[in-house]
Design a protein around this ligand. Structure first.
Ligand SMILES: [Fe+2]
Length: 301
């Protein structure tokens, strides 16, 4: 299925700040083809372990237009193998194994009592600010797609807001092309090393916010709204761009998609911007989501 939004190489990518004509053409197609709301991005599926041709095509079409899709299984699918098996049917084969994921590379996001996980906000019930996944990863572990599958929702809260990172790019470039140039600087954002009791657990990572995939010209985004343990390049253009991006994120728009996943629902995306509200658990049935992160983008997008 063609959405007309694909790019062929980095050299003629519409995301290249020097490609003004390509950008305007892409922009027009992107906005014209953008689904009118979250319901248009939601695909009902029977068995996530065995997608039908139409279900797979629906998911790929939604991700092709908006970099994200929501799926809703007709049953309360709770098998931890789902993110792997579903991902594989969509071209997502290379799983990122972070040190808190289980051995199969799938993280179980739930409120953790243990200290190791409890110091990371995803494993608490606190709000989680805007970010893309793996912003602290080195380039060889760049997260291009992410799958979030809900097994049990919270008693209250736990709502996600999603924003296609290409739309964030578009808003910034429309406001001032200098913003996207600043956020493409190779030293725009540094995540300092994280140290644990044994010394350095992860080295510092410096890189751009927006970058282009070398072969496809696809746009990748690396971002966190965190203000602690983050170092932005000391540069007026970067500061202006970061402030503009914060405004884009904070201003509700038809492209901001809010969703509280129910059991059996999930989000499939090319690592778009997302945030999460805080939540309150039912102690008898705490919120549980499976999360898988991939080095691949969703197939055919
Ligand atoms: Fe995330």
């Amino acid at each position: 299925m063609s959405t007309g939004l694909r790019t062929v190489s980095a050299a003629d990518s519409p995301f290249d700040p020097d490609n003004a004509g390509g950008y305007l053409q892409w922009r027009e197609q992107k906005l014209a083809g953008y689904p009118p709301g979250l319901s248009a991005l939601t695909i009902e599926i029977g068995d996530p372990r065995a997608l039908s041709v139409a279900e797979r095509a629906g998911l790929i079409d939604a991700v092709g237009r908006a970099n994200l899709a929501v799926y809703a299984c007709r049953s309360r699918a709770g098998d931890p193998g789902i993110p792997r098996v579903l991902g594989r049917q969509l071209g997502l084969a290379r799983l990122d194994r972070n040190f808190l994921a289980d051995d199969d590379g799938v993280s179980q996001l739930t409120v953790a009592g243990d200290k190791a996980r409890g110091e990371f906000i995803p494993y608490t019930n606190r709000p989680l600010g805007w970010h893309t996944d793996g912003y602290y990863n080195p380039p060889e572990r760049r997260i291009r797609a992410m799958l979030l599958h809900c097994v049990c929702r919270a008693a209250a809260g736990g709502e996600n807001t999603l924003l296609d990172h290409e739309i964030a790019y578009l808003r910034l470039r429309d406001e001032d092309p200098a913003h996207v140039r600043a956020l493409m600087l190779p030293d725009a954002l540094t995540i300092p090393a994280r140290e644990d009791e044994d010394g350095i657990a992860r080295p510092a990572e410096t890189g751009p916010v927006f970058s282009l995939e070398p072969r496809s010209g696809a746009l990748h985004m690396r971002y966190t709204a965190r203000t602690k343990s983050i170092e932005w390049k000391r540069d007026a253009a970067v500061a202006a761009a970061v402030a503009a991006l914060a405004r884009v994120l904070a201003t509700p728009s038809p492209h901001h998609h809010r969703i509280t996943l129910q059991a059996g629902m999930g989000i499939l995306c090319n690592n778009v911007l997302h945030e999460r509200t805080g939540f309150v658990d039912d102690v008898a049935a705490p919120r549980l989501l499976y999360r898988a992160r991939f080095y691949d983008r969703v197939a055919e997008t």
